[in-house]
Ligand binder design. Structure first.
Ligand code: HEM
Length: 349
């Protein structure tokens, strides 16, 4: 054993003490509560997506002639294909839900404030990338709903002034959905967007590591509940437990509610009801309420305010110290998000 470790030590000159220091980041005690460490959940689910996505890609064929049949083959013929599809679909659903919950936790605890403004912006990038990955993935099945969903999505992009037409053309690889659209979606879904996510995640985690997680001092808490504990093994064990619970949950959901298939896409027949995935319900309802350029511009403005929020909030708090405005605004935003999503879920059209 000694000979083996000195063999490695000669080739990898890292001292065990340095390694211990690197992994033993002191973690504030409030991270013992799961809602404070919700950031680990999308990270774990992202790994599940990569592994199951690679396995699905062994069989998936991205062209209008082959896509639907290859997904049918995975679902009905390939060994455990139905289970892998279920895991991939449910992990995507839970990932987006947990990113949103993590963002809410960060928002309502004010953890985006100085010096973490940049990490909030990186987080916004992760949110947008997660949604785009969901959108492109939904389109790959080439069933009626996903085909028409992609067409509607591209037409929405077309409403963006100045850059809209170019965005639509870049997305569809032409003026309309064509032979090359699916392979473009596939490259975006399986290579471009996940690589961009890995890069942003590296920045996100590096900044968390450099700045440490925000410490909240609550005077009402007993003294013993304050302070810190070690990342390894204590926090690691918490994350491992969350990972195991998620694995059981994913396996149960994929078995009880497996991923299904709708009819093959028919570009000549527009379905009576076009619905995106649930995480776009809010945007879809917004589009129906305001329609066209007004809806797209107002959504762009909301995203801009979200990105710039740490600076807007800082400006407000410099003028009115201790202002609770961010909390009231957050409550209104969450209620609006829930109301628009439920509204869209409840109606047929
Ligand atoms: C794939 C998506 C994401 C992953 C994997 C991720 C991961 C993490 C992790 C592991 C932490 C450490 C604390 C915790 O577990 O809560 C964290 C903290 C943080 N995240 Fe994220 N995050 C993601 C998306 C976002 C989004 C969408 C935002 C906001 C727009 C955001 C903003 C922040 C900020 C500001 C912190 C520091 C919080 C503090 O100091 O208390 N993250 N993130």
């Amino acid at each position: 054993m000694g000979a083996l470790s000195s063999w490695f030590a000669e080739r990898i000159p890292v001292r065990p003490g340095d390694l211990r220091e690197l992994t033993n980041e002191p973690v504030p005690n409030h991270l013992k509560r799961w809602w404070f460490c919700l950031g680990g959940t999308p990270a774990y689910l992202f790994v599940v997506q990569i592994v199951t996505g690679i396995l699905l890609a062994f069989y998936y064929q991205a062209s209008p002639q082959t896509a639907w049949d290859s997904v049918r083959f995975i679902t009905e013929d390939a060994s455990y294909g139905w289970f892998l599809r279920g895991l991939h679909k449910w992990a995507a659903t839970l990932m987006i839900a947990s990113v949103v919950l993590h963002q809410m936790r960060v928002y309502f605890t004010g953890a985006y404030r100085k010096p973490r403004e940049l990490n909030w912006i990186v987080g916004m990038g992760l949110l947008v990338l997660s949604l785009l990955t969901g959108f492109t993935g939904y389109s790959l099945v080439y069933e009626q709903l996903s085909y028409w969903g992609a067409t509607v999505g591209a037409n929405i992009a077309d409403n963006v002034p100045v850059l809209g037409a170019l965005a639509k053309q870049l997305l569809l690889a032409g003026e309309v959905y064509n032979e090359h659209t699916l392979s473009r979606f596939f490259m975006l879904h399986a290579a471009v967007l996940p690589s961009a996510m890995v890069a942003l995640l590296a920045v996100h985690i590096t900044l968390i590591r450099l700045q440490g997680v925000t410490e909240f001092v609550d005077a009402r808490e007993p003294e013993r509940d304050r302070g810190t504990f070690n990342f390894f093994p204590e926090h690691f064990a918490t994350e491992l437990t969350i990972g195991l619970v998620l694995m059981v949950l994913l396996a149960a959901l994929s078995t009880i509610l497996p991923a299904t298939m709708g009819p093959r896409a028919d570009p000549l027949v527009t379905p009576e009801v076009i619905k995106p995935e649930w995480f776009f319900y809010v945007a879809f309802r917004w589009l129906k309420l305001f329609s066209g350029t007004a809806a797209v511009l107002s959504m762009g403005f909301i995203v801009f305010v979200m990105v710039a929020w740490p600076f807007i909030d800082g400006w407000i708090r410099r003028r009115r110290a201790g202002s609770e405005f961010s909390v009231y605004l957050g409550i209104v935003a969450v209620l609006a998000l829930l109301a628009l999503t439920l509204w869209e879920a409840a109606v047929e059209h």
